[in-house]
Ligand binder design. Structure first.
Ligand code: GLC
Length: 539
């Protein structure tokens, strides 16, 4: 049954929490998180107040890209447990009122997937056309200049059959050929397999990569590349990504998602690193695309009031009429918010994420203010860092274990954690922060509970409030209620004038958690690094 409240669907009102399964909770003691571990902490997520859990891949995989190289779309890697464990996880989540969103990786498989083993066995194999095979260029080199996101050429030569295969990522991640109808049928069946097991939606990995130019034209050079950017940025990937045909495939995925369910009961989220004008096309005509094309721009926009204000305005203006917004502060691929903006501003960022209009995605551990944990060179695991060392692209520091307590290994495992837990885990952990009425965790929980109880913060309108300097301010409003959100992005005190204040009101929440109930008059004073939510009366 579709659950609506104030005309909004669960994935519009709700908050998505991303779990990186290797790092959330280890039940087996092997130092790597697992499904039983996740199940054992669902009550924490319920307590925290999120609505849906997106779990990064846990399928059988040689782990060349830590699970984003899948060797069997319909199973569970023994390291993470079994299908029965998965069923148990879904049942427990649903019992607690939490939805489960899986990571769907349609662009590529592992090079150990039986489909690829067959495909590479001979040029005449029936599965040859399931992947992207091309003859060498006349000089014997790769068929064109396309680059792998993870460094080096995107083509690998297969000596046995004399052709190159294409891989947008690692050579161990050959791209499927989505122009082949058999591939589509097989991949839609993967969606059905998990839907039948009760999942509530999918986050579609690397969606912009899905269909490539049919003429395999060379990508043009990128004139905007900065000197220290990753090698992939040397070209503009106009022929290898975001092709018009991707939208066709998305429409089909959406039809499969909606089979036997009313539209809106399940959610399709697209991972799309794209400029806003291209991103919003993924809502599809008449809403036939992904319901939530992930807006990842908070991750890359400089943390300045004017820049963020412009981003929000540009995004709100570009959204199609029925397009529901999304906001993401962090994920398993990018530096954590508390490292990007510092611990004080991470609290302001939390208030921003949870009061903007749209579905927020929260990355595990950010609710504790976890920072990137330095990983010494000899312990580096991430293949991206290994291929492109020294420029800070490594993703291990953002994938370190969740901190549950101040015990050894932060209560994550009884074994040896696969990545270091970090040195500040004595304070930055769930147990300690639960007890502290001013902690980051308490702030997140208060924000989540306020969102849940105030429809204006989910379905209400958004309007920017004119402000200067380091102040970012806006209102969220329904007929009944009006909230002013004022965020000080700098270290010095600031005063907000009457523009946003209406006839005054009261403070509902400060990021310092110490001003609740304070009366608001004609002006509002903010301390350095403070964010405030005030309920105000409309003029
Ligand atoms: C996505 C994932 C990333 C992965 C890549 C290849 O960007 O988020 O972790 O390495 O796709 O699947």
């Amino acid at each position: 049954m579709v659950q609506r409240s104030s005309g909004h669907l669960w994935w519009q009102r709700g908050v998505v929490y991303q779990v990186y399964p290797r790092s959330f909770k280890d039940a087996s003691g092997d130092g790597i998180g697992d499904l039983q571990g996740i199940t054992s902490r669902l009550d924490y997520l319920r307590w925290l107040g999120v609505d849906a859990v997106w779990i990064s891949p846990f399928y059988p995989s040689p782990m060349a890209d830590f699970g984003y190289d899948i060797a069997d779309y319909r199973g569970v890697h023994p390291m993470f447990g079994t299908l029965e464990d998965f069923d148990g996880l879904v049942a427990e989540a649903h019992r607690l009122g939490l939805r489960i969103i899986l990571d769907y990786v349609p662009n590529h498989t592992s090079d150990e997937h039986p489909w690829f083993l067959e495909s590479r066995s001979s040029r005449d194999d029936p599965k040859r056309g399931w992947y992207i095979w091309r003859d060498p260029a006349s000089d014997g080199g790769p068929p064109n200049n396309w680059l792998s996101v993870f460094g080096g050429p995107a083509w690998t030569f297969d000596a046995a059959t004399g052709q190159y295969y294409y891989h947008a990522y690692l050579r161990e991640q050959p791209d499927l050929n989505w122009r082949n109808p058999e591939v589509r049928v097989a991949m839609y069946d993967v969606l059905r397999f998990w839907l039948e097991r009760g999942v509530d939606g999918f986050r579609v990995d690397a969606l912009r990569q899905l269909v490539k130019d049919d003429r395999f034209r060379d990508n043009p050079p990128n004139p905007d590349r900065w000197p220290a950017s990753p090698p992939y940025d040397a070209l503009r990937p106009v022929y290898s990504t975001d092709r018009p045909e991707v939208h066709e495939a998305v429409r089909e995925m959406r039809l499969v998602l909606d089979e036997g369910a009313s539209s809106g009961e399940r959610v399709l989220i697209g991972e799309l690193y794209l400029p806003i004008e291209r991103l919003v096309r993924y809502y599809g005509e008449g809403g036939s695309g992904v319901q939530l094309p992930m807006n990842l721009h908070l991750i890359s926009t400089p943390w300045e009031a004017a820049r963020l204000g412009d981003l929000i305005d540009a995004y709100e203006a570009a959204l199609p009429q029925d397009g529901w917004p999304t906001w993401v502060l962090g994920n398993h691929d990018r530096s954590r918010i508390a490292s990007r903006v510092g611990p004080a501003q991470a609290r302001v960022a939390a208030m921003l994420l949870l009061t903007l209009r749209g579905t927020p995605t929260l990355y595990y551990g950010d609710e504790l203010g976890m920072r990137d944990v330095p990983v010494p060179p000899e312990l580096v695991q991430d293949p991206y860092e290994k291929n492109v060392p020294g420029i800070g692209v490594g993703r291990d520091p953002v994938r370190t274990p969740m901190r549950w307590s101040g015990e050894d290994n932060a209560g994550f495992t009884s074994g040896r954690p696969w990545l270091p837990v970090g040195e500040d885990h004595a304070e930055v952990n769930v147990e300690a922060q639960k007890r502290d009425p001013r902690s980051m965790l308490t702030l997140y929980r208060r924000l989540l509970s306020l969102r849940r109880s105030e429809p204006a913060l989910t379905g209400g309108t958004y309007a920017p409030v004119k402000a200067a300097d380091d102040l970012l301010a806006y209102t969220r409003e329904t007929d009944e209620r009006r909230f002013l959100v004022a965020l000080n992005l700098g270290p010095g005190p600031l005063t907000l004038g009457e523009a946003g204040l209406g006839r005054g009101g009261r403070v509902v929440l400060s990021t310092f958690l110490d001003r609740e109930g304070e009366a608001v008059g004609e002006t509002l004073d903010l301390r350095g690094d403070e964010g405030l939510i005030a309920e105000t009366t409309t003029l």
